[in-house]
Write a protein that binds this ligand. Sequence first.
Ligand code: GUN
Length: 283
Amino acid sequence: MANIIDGKAVSAQVKEGIRQEVEALKAKGVEIGLAVVIVGDDPASQVYVKNKEKACEAVGFNSYKYALPAETTEEELLALVDKLNNDDKVDGILVQLPLPKHLDDKIIINNIRPDKDVDAFHPVNVGKIMIGDYSFLPCTPAGVMELIKSTGTEVSGKECVVIGRSNIVGKPQAMLLLHQNGTVTITHSKTKNLKEVCARADILVAAVGRAKMVTADYIKEGAVVIDVGMNRDENGKLCGDVDFEDCKEKAGFITPVPGGVGPMTIAMLMKNTLTACKEHHNS
Ligand code: GUN
């Protein structure tokens, strides 16, 4: 039986560290603010935004929620982003994705001030991640790195395989593993012999969005298996990209879904917001 990585516990530790730093900053008169913008009424996005607000409260940040109707125009949303860019109470700005179809994610993200872009989605921040000179880490990949660290596994020199090449997870994940000297392979829908490639991995990160695709035959005995997937199975139950029941005997360490990567993403968002605040106040 693999060791099950407890994302909630690791996330709680990270948030506790942040809470203590926030307390020290508040004692010096510094307040920390995160603005969260949601457009429309996508139910999943509403849950994510609520969780982000709760996390802000737990660590002592001020959170400013802007819930805009689905018909909001690009001009209106850009006007709000501009207002938040210029608001000194706001250290971080997060525009929840996906946006309604008539709005272009790229245009909105490109207009968030890079030093307030706590998602690290702005091209300036993406470029900084590429060259290893960053303030903000991409939240989900950074959360994955914390979970790997919690297992005591050294990334340096290991075979690391990432399944998925999205801009939000797969590509930045590969960069963070590379910065820690992993030997990294990014796989995707056109990869030949995917199973064999994955089975070479000492560290396997699945971020493909296909329910229970990764079965025991994709896994090397004793590997660290991190599941970024968030899918519904045939019974409508939340599940990852990894078939947990099938893999749990063979993996050395494995994350559950829910309770693995999910809680870490929010902890890393809090960390980025704290970093933004410290940079804004030079403290
Ligand atoms: N939608 C799903 N995940 C995310 C995220 O990490 N950031 C934002 N802004 N939107 C999301």
